[in-house]
Design a protein around this ligand. Structure first.
Ligand code: URA
Length: 187
């Protein structure tokens, strides 16, 4: 099995899609390499492309607030995206870009072996949970997939566009906190 550093090196060199040529920085992933909880977003935005760190822009700062609200330190979790390079003008990832990149995420998951994977938004949930995932109807529901518990929450950028969704987000984050606490008792 590859180490995270080996996977990062492979990503740095990757030119399996065109985004490797247009990015400023690779946005590989950040956080605790032994995290019990992993978040997976869609693709880097402008701030992430400039810094090389996922979820540092406005959406990321809002995610931080929700983590704080349920007492989950950002340093305890691991955060990555389906795509490691920014799509120009933040357009949705193309299927062929997801196909080219998803293997790296799988390697990250294998190396970290989290107990819980939380998809941030519809695109991540459709790729990781099921292709017909409906974020409005199914956010906060739990799915057992192999050795992982999986759920999806609204993408923080969707909460910026529609603050009425924040109440649901907080409720979902509380179920994630509870799932973490359940796992701790089982250890
Ligand atoms: N949106 C994402 O999906 N990922 C990031 O890293 C930033 C914004």
């Amino acid at each position: 099995m590859a180490t995270l550093e080996e996977v990062r090196t492979a990503c740095e060199k990757c030119r399996q899609c065109a985004l490797g040529e247009t990015r400023t920085n690779l946005v590989f992933g950040v956080g605790n390499e032994r995290a019990r909880l992993m978040f997976v977003g869609e693709a880097p935005g402008e701030q992430e492309d400039l810094t090389g760190v996922p979820f540092v822009g406005r959406a990321g700062q809002l995610l931080d607030k929700f983590l704080f609200a349920v007492d989950i330190p950002r340093e305890d979790v691991y955060i990555a995206n389906i795509l490691k390079c920014r799509p120009p003008k933040n357009r949705d990832p193309l299927p062929e870009e997801e196909d080219a990149c998803i293997g790296y995420l799988r390697e990250q998951v294998k190396a970290i072996r989290p107990e819980i994977i939380v998809c941030l938004g519809r695109i991540s949930a459709m790729r990781l949970i099921k292709p017909d995932f409906k974020i409005t109807a199914e956010h906060g529901k739990w799915f057992r997939k192999g050795e992982f518990w999986m759920t999806a929450v609204y993408h923080p950028a969707a909460l910026l566009r529609d603050p009425r969704k924040k109440e649901d987000m907080l409720a979902d984050m509380k179920t994630i906190r509870a799932k973490l606490d359940e796992g701790k008792h089982a250890q």
